[in-house]
Structures are given as structure tokens and as C-alpha cells.
Write a protein that binds this ligand. Structure first.
Ligand SMILES: Nc1ncnc2c1ncn2[C@@H]1O[C@H](COP(=O)(O)OP(=O)(O)O)[C@@H](O)[C@H]1O
Ligand SMILES: [Mg+2]
Length: 239
């Protein structure tokens, strides 16, 4: 199975700091590839570099190939058009607008796939007139996934979707991610190991600016010593 996304020797400097120092990994053409690592190692920076969102006082070098084609350095709008869907860390729903309005604003094609979105998240259809600001954290996360899934995507890049959510909501979001990943391959930054365990596809661990480990997610989690040394967390716990 050839990779959908290949990141090779990706380096990112921001404001004189060498944040990523030659990161290489690949993303499978289906399911969830999880990007892990301690706080501040450069997980969000990796997603942003793939999307051409490295800040102006920074630079990204190396290679990122999508379906074999080099995309590093291409403008973000072109990458979005080419099918990279991004769900950033802060969910970014418009609190004062309804669910339906939030979805309308996310349409990027003349044929948005509402069937898919409502099939994956019937809750959004039921709550279409509700103001997004009054949704639960889990429902807001579904809405931000729905906004991206309306359009044609080759790959979703999702940054810490369960961050700051209560455990019960985390389970809800994990289910939502599972459903999204059944439709589109996902590169997921996720710190919650229960979610990683549930979605367990390939895992990539970043440490000290480089890839420290790659393999199956289940393999990583089955080895508490390895998990602890790479992530300094207890595999039995959530964080
Ligand atoms: N725009 C920026 N300006 C300066 N430093 C940044 C910027 N973005 C990220 N960094 C730094 O890069 C490192 C990696 O950040 P980040 O990718 O957000 O980590 P993670 O997502 O793994 O927690 C951190 O030390 C952070 O302070
Ligand atoms: Mg981050």
C-alpha cells in the first residue's frame, strides 16, 4: 500500500529556533495515522508546515508529497483546493451562527456533501437551527469536522480534537473521529491515549525535533515502558 502523504526531512525554523529538525514519516491512504509527542515538540508545527502555514518569520524545508506530488511551499489555498482539510485546535465554529449557517459558510464547492455529513453526524441535522455557541464541546467538535467533510478531501489534518474536553465528551469525539476516518484518511494529533487506543492505526512519535518512533499504535500502547519513555505518561492513564 503506497503512502498518501510522505513527509521527508522536514525542517522548520521559527524566529531563529530549529523546531523540526528533519522529520520523516508517511500517512497511509486509509484510517487514522496518529502523531504523538510531548507538549511543545512540534506536532502543530508539523501540521501547519504541511498546510503552508509556517509563519512569516519562519521557513520550512524538506519535502512533503501528496499522492506523489511535491506540495511543500505551495500556497495554502491551493492545498485546501487539492483536498487537504484542516481542523485546528480551537475548533473555530461561529458561536453566534446556527449549525446550518456554520455549515453553509464552510461550503467550498457547488456540490457540498450534506448527505455524508448528516449520515456521519445525524446530531447536526437535528440541531441545524441551534446556535453553535450553545452546543456541547463534543457537538462543536462534530460541527468543525462536518464543516471540513462537506468538501472533497483527500486527507484530514486534525489537531488535538479532545483537548480540554470532559472524559464522557472525549468518548463522543472519538466516535465522531472514527466515523470521519471511515470516509477520509486522517492525520491526527492526539495526546489522549484512550483515543489513540480506540483509533489505533499507525503512530508517529516526535521527540527533540525528530521522529523518535513509528509503528502500529497498538504496539506502542502495549509497551508501557516505551510509552513512558517517549511520552512520559502512564499507558494505563488518559494523559
Ligand atoms: N509562531 C511561533 N513563534 C515562535 N515559536 C513558535 C511558534 N509556533 C510554535 N513555536 C514553538 O515551537 C515549538 C513547537 O510548538 P508546537 O508545534 O505548537 O508544539 P505541539 O503542538 O507539539 O505542542 C514550541 O516550543 C513553540 O513555542
Ligand atoms: Mg499543538
Amino acid at each position: 500500500m503506497s503512502a498518501l502523504l510522505e513527509v521527508n526531512d522536514l525542517s522548520v525554523r521559527i524566529a531563529g529556533l530549529h523546531i523540526l529538525q528533519g522529520v520523516s514519516f508517511s500517512v497511509a491512504p486509509s484510517g487514522v495515522t496518529v502523531l504523538l509527542g510531548r507538549n511543545g515538540v512540534g506536532k502543530s508545527t508539523t501540521l501547519r508546515a504541511i498546510l503552508g502555514l509556517t509563519p512569516r518569520n519562519g521557513a520550512a524545508t524538506g519535502s512533503v508529497r501528496l499522492g506523489g506530488e511535491e506540495i511543500l511551499g505551495r500556497p495554502t489555498h491551493g492545498l485546501v483546493k487539492a483536498g487537504l482539510g484542516f481542523v485546528p485546535e480551537d475548533r473555530c465554529v461561529f458561536a453566534g451562527l446556527t449549525v446550518a449557517e456554520n455549515l453553509r459558510l464552510a461550503e467550498r464547492t457547488s456540490t457540498p456533501d450534506y448527505d455524508l455529513v448528516f449520515k456521519l453526524f445525524p446530531e447536526l441535522s437535528k440541531r441545524s437551527r441551534q446556535r453553535a455557541g450553545s452546543l456541547s464541546g463534543g457537538q462543536q467538535q462534530m460541527l468543525s469536522l462536518g464543516r471540513v467533510l462537506l468538501n472533497d478531501n483527500r486527507l484530514l489534518l486534525i489537531d488535538e480534537p479532545t483537548k480540554g474536553l470532559a472524559p464522557k465528551v472525549v468518548t463522543e469525539v472519538a466516535e465522531a473521529l472514527e466515523r470521519a476516518a471511515s470516509a477520509v484518511p486522517v492525520l491526527l494529533v492526539e495526546q489522549n491515549l484512550a483515543v489513540v487506543r480506540r483509533l489505533a492505526g499507525d503512530a508517529v512519535v516526535i521527540a527533540a525535533g525528530q521522529v523518535a518512533w513509528t509503528g502500529r499504535g497498538g504496539e506502542l500502547l502495549a509497551d508501557p515502558e516505551l510509552t513512558r519513555s517517549l511520552l512520559s505518561v502512564n499507558a494505563a492513564g488518559g494523559h
